[in-house]
Write a protein that binds this ligand. Structure first.
Ligand code: NAI
Length: 333
């Protein structure tokens, strides 16, 4: 029997937290053989909400759930942590400049990274969900002394799943018949959802699109004018239609990110610390096509990137560089 896995969730009293907790406790993230201990981190205003969620966890009587502890102290919440989902973040307020947003989040992810360095288990893995996710992950990694930076990732699986969802609609295939979609760059409107390596029922997606849409030019126009902007701006579309941001789909993506990292996958998308792959500056937390052998995500190398794709990747990477430089200017690292 495997030992218990300690999972820390920050912002656990928030919306995504509420969509995450029950699925993790039910075994959706780590499987039916791994009992979990939950550590919920909140700020004082969020503690009651987390406590309420914990009462409901009791009422679910999940066989895999061993323990729930709630705290507003990072040192307590990350003690012995094996897997951390950093969800709580400072949202952009009215009139808030990007520098203010980055500074406010540095004040959250810096101390949390430091607490992970001090208190988490040696093998800890961290995924940042709270926005701006890539740069928050960079800050947390830089603040966690003693933990290799490549243990820190940021979530772009929601963007990946959104891209798959759009293709299922347009090609009339099931989600599990689509392979090798990739999200490159920042989890923001500059991201590049890339289908150039993707296949649907084994056929190249670009060919399948050309057949459906009436030729290669029509397929390219659909990718540039419909698919890419729709995936990149899907968060805003959800807010407009639903009146509230993506919650269930974000929690689902976070669960799949951790599940596939732990269980292994031949191909998905995640933001990981660049080692210079595809010319992305070393140290940036950038989304790439990745695989996992069960021991962390690694960039899938050697893919052909044409000039059009290269330009899109470079534009998003430039945004990541600007965010990193703004954080550096604050003296965070
Ligand atoms: P929410 O506002 O419902 O919940 C956030 C929670 O975090 C609140 O309960 C708040 O008290 C808590 N919190 C704030 N600062 C904290 C701190 N220092 N330590 C611990 N907890 C703290 O927001 P929601 O909808 O749950 O979204 C959370 C984050 O996820 C947002 O930043 C959002 O932009 C991001 N997000 C990211 C996505 C992605 O694909 N990467 C997709 C959707 C949302």
């Amino acid at each position: 029997r495997q030992r218990e896995t300690t999972v820390t969730i920050t912002g656990a009293g928030g919306q995504i937290g509420y969509a995450l907790l029950y699925r993790i406790a039910a075994g959706d993230m780590l499987g039916p053989d791994r009992p979990v201990r939950l550590r919920l981190l909140e700020i004082p205003q969020g503690i009651r909400s987390a406590e309420g969620a914990a009462l409901e966890l009791q009422d679910c009587a999940f066989p895999l759930l061993r323990d729930v502890e709630i705290s507003d102290a990072p040192a307590v919440a990350f003690d012995g942590c094996d897997i951390a989902l950093l969800v709580g973040a400072r949202p952009r307020g009215p009139g808030m400049e990007r520098a203010d947003l980055l500074a406010a989040n540095a004040g959250i992810f810096g101390p949390q990274g430091a607490a992970i360095g001090e208190a988490a288990s040696d093998g800890v893995r961290v995924v940042v969900v709270g926005n701006p996710a890539n740069t928050n992950a960079l800050i947390a990694a830089a603040s966690a002394s003693g933990i290799p930076a490549d243990r820190f990732t940021a979530l772009t699986r929601l963007d990946h799943n959104r891209a798959v969802g759009q293709l299922t609609q347009t090609l009339g295939v099931r989600a599990d018949e689509i392979e090798n979609v990739a999200i490159w760059g920042n989890h923001s409107a500059t991201q590049f959802p890339d289908v150039s390596h993707a296949r649907a029922r084994g056929e190249r997606v670009v060919d399948a699109l050309a057949e459906r849409l009436g030729g290669g030019d029509a397929a390219q126009a659909w990718l540039d004018d419909t698919f890419i902007p729709r995936v990149a701006k899907r968060g805003a579309e959800i807010i407009e239609v639903r009146g509230s941001s993506s919650v269930a789909s974000a929690a689902n993506a976070a669960i799949e990110h951790v599940r596939d990292e732990q269980a292994g996958t031949p191909w998905t998308s995640a933001a990981v610390v660049s080692r210079g792959e595809y010319g992305v500056p070393e140290g940036l937390v950038c989304s790439f096509p990745v695989r996992s052998d069960g021991n962390g995500y690694r960039v899938i190398e050697g893919l052909e990137v044409d000039a059009r794709a290269r330009a899109r990747i470079e534009a998003s990477v430039a945004e990541l560089v600007a965010e990193r430089d703004a954080v550096r200017a604050l003296g965070v690292f």
